[in-house]
Design a protein around this ligand. Structure first.
Ligand SMILES: [Zn+2]
Length: 190
């Protein structure tokens, strides 16, 4: 979750920019005020096996830092006219998921979705149902059988992937790191 905005600093008559990031446990992991880094969570560094840079991060951390989920509320202090008028708080609420380029690259392996094959199987059964009217319609019969067979096969493959292959891929992802210098993704020992 990231909060960005503008705030007064030391009651100075100018606006300063701030950007604060929190992890899932609401611990501040980084903060910038007019470009000055306030705080950064210390993290065990892993050297990149490709370029031996120490600027590496776990994929999970990159993904979480670069992804802001659903609702983020940013409060902005507004004190117009050089402090003559009383202080006011402006609240901005943004919803949705925004992902940085790095977060997209560091995203965990996705589970296969069942929506398309299920719709295909249902459509196939509808065609089969229509095939048996007062007399058998061979076109619909063939189309129905093909649809049920093909989408059913796709559905089984996807279920099998999610149950057998996805957990392993996810476990590998959890232990993978990315180099911020050369972009190499490698498996950490931790
Ligand atoms: Zn590297």
């Amino acid at each position: 979750m990231a909060t960005s905005g503008e705030a007064y600093r030391n009651r100075a008559p100018f606006l300063a920019e701030y950007h604060v990031e929190y992890d899932s446990k609401n611990t501040m992991i980084s903060g910038h005020l007019t470009g000055v880094r306030i705080n950064k969570r210390m993290e065990l560094l892993m050297n990149c096996p490709s370029c031996s840079s120490g600027e590496t991060q776990r994929l999970e951390v990159i993904y979480e830092q670069g992804t802001s989920h659903s609702s983020a509320t940013s409060r902005t202090r507004v004190r117009p006219f050089m402090g003559i008028l009383p202080m006011a708080m402006a609240k901005t609420k943004t919803t949705g998921v925004t992902m940085s380029k790095a977060a997209q690259k560091a995203a965990p392996p996705a589970k296969m979705l069942y929506k398309v094959p299920i719709i295909g199987v249902v459509v196939g059964f509808v065609l089969l149902g229509n095939a048996f009217g007062s007399r058998v319609n061979s076109t619909w019969l063939v189309l129905g059988l093909v649809a049920v067979g093909a989408f059913g096969w796709l559905l089984v493959r996807r279920i099998r992937y999610n149950m057998k292959e996805w957990p392993g891929s996810y476990a590998v992802w959890e232990k993978s790191w990315m180099c911020n210098k050369c972009g190499n993704i490698f498996r950490g020992e931790a």
